[in-house]
Design a protein around this ligand. Structure first.
Ligand code: IMP
Ligand code: MG
Length: 188
């Protein structure tokens, strides 16, 4: 199943949770739904680096609207320790979001702390509207309630990699989503 030229062995990964086909089908549905929901608008998609890069780049190909794209980067603290969840904005958007219809694009929502911080931060900048599209959702891990407008898949409490998601910066380029074999050891 691993793509051409990938050097890790197949038994590094225990289980393919979502195949590339499943992901593409669902991402297409979300793109079409967003195209419908924003029919007369020009939304600004803001991808959260680095994890959301693959989801965003596939998603926007299924959106038939004159969108624009920007990126932010965050460092989340508190996920490992399960503590208060400080989030630091490492890179901000390049243009103002005031008066824009903003769609935040996230790879996975786990405790919800990162998104909660970003939603508060963005809301204070007066966008016309603010919605969230997340490829993956782990509801069993939630610490703070956060409203997700578009969700690709709900997944169990397992540490997953691929399709943009990493473990120690590796595996982002897998075209599918998989659970690492030593999930318990790397679990955040
Ligand atoms: P939250 O603030 O706990 O919701 O954390 C969300 C962030 O944690 C995501 O944007 C990911 O970067 C990271 N994360 C959470 N779960 C996983 C996972 O299973 N695999 C890879 N990264 C994860
Ligand atoms: Mg992320």
């Amino acid at each position: 199943m691993a793509g051409p030229g990938m050097r890790w062995s197949e038994n590094t990964l225990v289980e393919i949770l979502l195949t590339a086909d499943q992901i593409q089908r669902r991402v297409r549905e979300i793109g079409e739904q967003i195209s419908f929901d924003y029919a007369t608008k020009k939304p600004l998609f803001i991808g959260i680096l680095k994890g959301a890069c693959m989801f965003l780049s596939d998603l926007i190909r299924y959106v038939s609207l004159p969108i624009s794209v920007d990126f932010i980067a965050v460092a989340s603290y508190g996920v490992e320790t399960e503590s208060s969840g400080h989030v630091q904005l490492l890179k901000d958007v390049e243009s103002s979001i005031e008066d824009k219809d903003v769609v935040i694009i996230e790879d996975i929502v786990d405790t919800g702390l990162t998104l909660t911080y970003l939603i508060h931060n963005f809301e204070s900048r007066n966008p016309v509207s603010l919605k969230v599209a997340a490829l993956l959702n782990k509801p069993s891990r939630r610490q703070v309630d956060v409203k997700l407008d578009y969700v690709g898949f709900e997944i169990p409490d397992k540490f997953v990699v691929g399709y943009g998601l990493d473990y120690a910066q590796t595996y982002r380029n897998l075209p599918y989503v998989a659970v690492l074999k030593n999930d318990l050891e790397v679990a955040i």
